[in-house]
Design a protein around this ligand. Structure first.
Ligand SMILES: [Zn+2]
Length: 63
């Protein structure tokens, strides 16, 4: 019958490419996109530190 409905989505959530490896299927991203996402998360962390630092200075000057 309709085989397609039985198969879960096997496309990368980022670029829409078909996923084949078990790891990629678990993550929902291809290995290239998983790398990109990891890098983007790493690049985002310093920004969070800067923002928390700004908050720290804000509260400092208010007192
Ligand atoms: Zn992808």
């Amino acid at each position: 019958m309709d085989e397609i409905t039985m198969v879960p989505t096997r496309k990368c959530k980022r670029c829409g490419r078909l996923l084949f490896s078990k790891e990629a299927l678990e993550k929902g991203y291809g290995c290239q996109c998983a790398k990109h996402i990891r890098q983007e998360e790493l690049e985002r962390q310093p920004l969070d530190d800067q923002m928390s630092l700004m908050d720290f200075f804000k509260t400092e000057s208010e007192e």
